[in-house]
Design a binder for this molecule. Sequence first.
Ligand SMILES: Nc1nc2c([nH]c(=O)n2[C@H]2C[C@H](O)[C@@H](COP(=O)(O)OP(=O)(O)OP(=O)(O)O)O2)c(=O)[nH]1
Length: 140
Amino acid sequence: MSEETVVVAAALCDGEHLLAARRTAPPELAGRWELPGGKVEPGEAPERAVVRELREELGVEVEPLERVPGVWPLKPGYVLQVWIARLCQNQPAPRPLEDHDELRWLTVSDIWSVDWLDQDRPAVEEVVKRLLRTAREAAR
Ligand SMILES: Nc1nc2c([nH]c(=O)n2[C@H]2C[C@H](O)[C@@H](COP(=O)(O)OP(=O)(O)OP(=O)(O)O)O2)c(=O)[nH]1
């Protein structure tokens, strides 16, 4: 039986912007950019883990909207799942409270201006496709 650990991450969107977060640890990942999130705890629903992790790491309440189809391998034994999410009403700006030292809201046109973790790139590409599709639908 597979014993993979699921890491959930949020593609936190605000209008046309996506939030990227710069990791502070471990040393081999520090300075690289990722989608904020973390490991799902035993018995925890993945969407709940998204909400918990962003509360802990960024000090905000978020609402997961839909899962981005796909599962991306991270280090051995770990896989990444991604949820499109938005800030709940009346939230402060996200702050890098733990695990990150900088946050940046990126538009689709500057999405590759930060040094994403290699393993996150396919997931970010998928998120970008969805953002573009949503923007096209909104423009109709
Ligand atoms: N959160 C997150 N982790 C990622 C991404 N890409 C990637 O390789 N990882 C790795 C980094 C870590 O080895 C692991 C998740 O660990 P974490 O440190 O964020 O999770 P956590 O908050 O539950 O950590 P912990 O301190 O409780 O152990 O997955 C990503 O986009 N988001």
